[in-house]
Design a protein around this ligand. Structure first.
Ligand code: AMP
Ligand code: ZN
Length: 486
C-alpha cells in the first residue's frame, strides 16, 4: 500500500509500528454547528482509507475526538470560543449544543455509510490526561507558565514541523492576520496548552488544575486522546488540510516532547471542498447567512446522500473538489445509471468463478493501494459490468468492492429489480404490461395495444412517440409490453 505522507512530502510505502496492525487517529468535528458537506468530504475519504486498510488485510484501531472545548475561532489560540458562540446563538448551554451536534454528526455519518470509529472521545472527558501531559512538559522544560496560561516553548524543538511544502513564515503570519499578538508568548509559534487567564469572562467549562481554574487548549486534546487509546506509537493521523498547520504541527511538537521519541509516522490530509466562493466553512456560511450545505439540505432537495459519497469518490482526496448543484446532478445521473445497469444483472446466474473474481479485484486493489485512487476504483466497477464472466461473479465482485466504497450498489440494484417486478400488471385479454409502477404510463401502453389491435397504426405510433418524448422506452415482448425509463 502506497500513500502520500504529508510529513515527508512524498508518496511512500505505508508501514506500521506493529506489522499487520494500524493505530489510526482522526481529528473529529467541533460540535458548535452541523457538519457541512466539506467536513464530511474529509470523513468520507478517511472512512475509505480505514476500509481500504482492512480490505488489504490490516487490522485497524481507529480513534476520534469530539471537540467540545478549547477550539477558538482562529486556530492559533485567538478569537472567540467556538462552542460559546454556538451556545449564545441558540440560547442553550455549551453541553446541550455539544450533545445536539454530536448526535447530528453521527446521523450524517450513518446516512453517508461512514463507519463510526472504534473509540469516539469527547475532549471534555479526559481533562486529567491533558493535565498530566502539560505537567510533564513543564518538568521537561518544554513548556512555561506566563500571564496565567501554560505555553509550549517551540524554541526547545530541533524542528517545528510544517506540512505540505508550506512556508512556515507565511503560515505563521496567515493564521494571525487581523488578531493581536499574545504578549505572553516567548516565540511567535508558541501555543497554549492550558488557559487560566481566559479573556472569556463567561467561559462555561472550567476545571481545576495546578495552574488555576481553566480549560485545555485545542491541540492538547488530540495528543491526549490518541495517547490514551492508540498508545505511544501512532501509525496514521488524518484530518482536513486546514488542520495541518498549526493544529497537527503542534500535536507533533507536544507529543514528541512528552514521549521523548517519534510519535506518528504517517499523516493523511484531505483537500478542501470548495464552492464558487472558495473553501466551505461553517463560520462563513453562518455569518453570510448563505445556504448551509448539510446532508439534510441535500435530502430536502431530493438527493440520496450516497450520491454525495459517490461524488466525493470520483475525485482524488489530495485535489480540491468543487461543489455545485450542477456537479451533484451529474453525479446523481451517473450513479442512477450505474445502479440501473447493476439491476440488469441476474442473481443466481451460475456459480461464482473464483479466478475471474480475483482478476477483477486486482485492478480495484491496485487503484486504492496507489495513494487511494478512488476515481480509478470506481472505474473498476464499470470494468466488472463489462467483464466476460457470469452475473453471479459480477455481483460477487461488486459486493466485495462495496466493503470499501460503501455505496450500497447491489442492495440498491436489488431494490430497483424488486420495484420493477412489483410493477408488473396483468390486463384483460392476457396482455401483460411490465413497467415501473406508473398507472398513467400503463394506461397509454394499453391504449397503444388497443390501437394496434384495431389496426390504427398511426395512433399506435403517435402514442409510442409521446412516451418516447417522456424518456419512456417500450419493448414489445410475446403477450405484452415492457417499459422503462431509459
Ligand atoms: P471542524 O469541525 O471545523 O473541526 O472540522 C472537521 C474536519 O473537517 C477537519 O478535519 C477539517 O480539517 C475538515 N474540513 C473543514 N473544512 C473543510 C472543507 N471545506 N473541505 C474538506 N474538509 C474540511
Ligand atoms: Zn485534532
Amino acid at each position: 500500500m502506497y500513500l502520500y505522507n504529508s510529513a515527508t512530502h512524498k508518496k511512500e510505502e505505508f508501514t506500521t509500528h506493529t506489522p499487520g496492525h494500524v493505530e489510526m487517529y482522526t481529528c473529529g468535528p467541533t460540535v458548535y454547528h452541523f457538519a457541512h458537506i466539506g467536513n464530511l468530504r474529509s470523513y468520507i475519504m478517511e472512512d475509505v482509507l480505514e476500509k481500504t486498510l482492512k480490505y488489504v488485510g490490516y487490522d485497524v484501531n481507529r480513534v476520534m475526538n469530539i471537540t467540545d472545548v478549547g477550539h477558538l475561532s482562529s486556530d492559533a489560540d485567538e478569537g472567540e470560543d467556538k462552542m460559546l458562540t454556538g451556545a449564545k446563538r441558540e440560547h442553550k448551554s455549551v453541553m446541550e449544543i455539544a450533545q445536539y451536534y454530536t448526535d447530528a454528526f453521527f446521523d450524517d455519518c450513518r446516512k453517508l455509510n461512514i463507519r463510526i470509529p472504534d473509540t469516539v472521545q469527547p475532549a471534555t472527558g479526559l481533562i486529567d490526561d491533558y493535565i498530566k501531559i502539560v505537567s510533564g512538559l513543564i518538568e521537561k522544560g518544554s513548556a512555561y507558565v506566563a500571564g496565567g496560561n501554560v505555553y509550549f516553548d517551540t524554541s526547545t524543538l530541533d524542528r517545528y514541523y510544517v506540512f505540505n511544502d508550506h512556508n512556515e513564515e507565511d503560515l505563521a503570519v496567515g493564521v494571525r492576520e487581523g488578531v493581536e499578538e499574545d504578549a505572553n508568548k516567548r516565540n511567535r509559534n508558541d501555543f497554549v496548552l492550558w488557559f487560566t487567564k481566559s479573556k472569556f469572562e463567561d467561559q462555561a467549562l472550567k476545571w481545576d488544575s495546578p495552574w488555576g481554574v481553566g480549560y485545555p487548549g485545542w491541540h492538547i486534546e488530540c495528543s491526549g486522546i490518541s495517547m490514551k487509546y492508540n498508545g505511544e506509537y501512532l501509525d496514521l493521523h488524518c484530518g482536513g488540510v486546514d488542520n495541518a498547520f498549526p493544529h497537527h504541527t503542534n500535536e507533533i511538537a507536544q507529543s514528541e516532547a512528552f514521549l521523548g521519541h517519534p510519535w506518528c509516522r504517517h499523516w493523511f490530509h484531505v483537500a478542501h471542498l470548495n464552492d464558487i466562493n472558495g473553501k466551505l466553512s461553517k463560520s462563513k456560511m453562518t455569518q453570510d447567512k448563505q445556504e448551509f450545505l448539510t446532508v439534510s439540505l441535500l435530502e430536502k432537495k431530493g438527493y440520496d446522500p450516497l450520491v454525495y459519497r459517490f461524488f466525493c469518490l470520483q475525485g482524488h482526496y489530495r485535489k480540491a473538489l468543487v461543489f455545485s448543484w450542477d456537479n451533484l446532478d451529474n453525479a446523481a445521473g451517473t450513479f442512477n445509471k450505474l445502479i440501473a445497469r447493476i439491476a440488469n444483472l441476474k442473481p443466481g446466474d451460475g456459480a461464482v468463478d473464483g479466478e475471474a473474481l480475483a482478476a477483477l479485484k486486482e485492478k480495484f486493489t491496485k487503484a486504492l493501494s496507489n495513494d487511494l485512487n478512488t476515481a480509478l476504483a470506481v472505474t473498476a466497477v464499470y470494468d466488472v459490468l463489462k467483464a466476460k464472466t457470469n452475473d453471479a461473479t459480477k455481483l460477487a465482485a461488486l459486493d466485495d468492492f462495496d466493503q470499501v466504497l460503501s455505496l450500497d450498489l447491489t442492495q440498491k440494484a436489488a431494490a430497483k429489480r424488486e420495484e420493477a417486478a412489483k410493477a408488473s400488471t396483468q390486463t384483460a385479454g392476457g396482455y401483460a404490461i411490465t413497467g415501473e409502477g406508473d398507472p398513467a404510463i400503463d394506461a397509454l401502453v394499453m391504449q397503444r395495444y388497443e390501437a394496434k389491435k384495431a389496426k390504427n397504426f398511426a395512433e399506435a405510433d403517435r402514442i409510442r412517440d409521446e412516451l418516447k418524448a417522456q424518456g419512456i422506452v417500450l419493448t414489445d415482448v410475446p403477450g405484452g409490453c415492457k417499459w422503462n425509463r431509459g
